[in-house]
Write a protein that binds this ligand. Structure first.
Ligand code: FMN
Length: 192
């Protein structure tokens, strides 16, 4: 057995290890992205409750087959809207309304996306909010429904409210279910 035998073995081992590392990565990114519908989940959160909702929504959406991207609204640019099949927006309820960071995104980033020829028409949308009080949050969701569903003519999936000071399994499971619902709507949506 010469040196060639050992060098072939080493090359086989290395290429096997590289393939093992690269194939799942490729499957997780480009291939999955091309085969699945993409949903962008954007949220603002100061003390973390809306963020916890977003974390569950993305889990539910991914389990149900969507390619989901999660972004803080402060980090969102109009490029993030390119190519998405769905958009979900989350905001804490502030004075029964959306936080200004979300309004800024709608007024500036979405507008800039449209000014460059982009459109969200007929794409799937949804929204979510966390509140400090019971029986609040509806107006916040309604504002998002009016912006996304009515003004931008997206297909609106009724949103979810986390109405409590504390987060528990029950209200988080409604977020997970909401993520699954969004993924299902995306899969069924063939109108664009
Ligand atoms: C400026 C401000 C205004 C708020 N207004 C309301 C309100 O009108 N109704 C309500 O139920 N909670 C209100 N809250 C409480 C937040 O909605 C609540 O704490 C929320 O869960 C925070 O979300 P976050 O943890 O993602 O930041 C307000 C909080 C702040 C800071």
């Amino acid at each position: 057995m010469g040196n060639d035998y050992y060098s072939d073995k080493i090359i086989n081992l290395i290429s096997g290890a590289i393939a093992k590392a690269i194939i799942p990565l490729a499957l997780n990114s480009q291939v999955v992205r091309r085969l699945s519908k993409t949903v962008l989940i954007i949220y603002f959160s100061k003390s973390g409750k809306t963020q916890k909702m977003a974390d569950q929504i993305i889990k539910g959406a991914e389990v149900a087959g969507a390619y989901a991207i999660l972004k803080r609204v402060e980090d969102c640019t109009l490029e993030d809207l390119i190519g998405v099949d769905g958009l979900v927006i989350g905001s804490p309820t502030y004075y029964s309304n959306i936080a200004w960071q979300i309004k800024k995104f709608l007024d500036e980033t979405v507008l800039a996306f449209y000014a460059k020829g982009g459109s969200l028409r007929n794409k799937v949308c949804g929204c979510f909010t966390s509140t400090g009080a019971y029986n609040d949050g509806k107006e916040c969701l309604r504002t998002l429904e009016l912006a996304l569903g009515v003004a931008l003519k997206m297909k609106f999936v009724p949103g979810v409210i986390l109405e409590s000071k504390d987060i528990d399994e029950d209200n988080l499971s409604s977020c997970y279910d909401f993520g699954q619902k969004i993924a299902k709507e995306l899969a069924d949506n063939t109108t664009f």
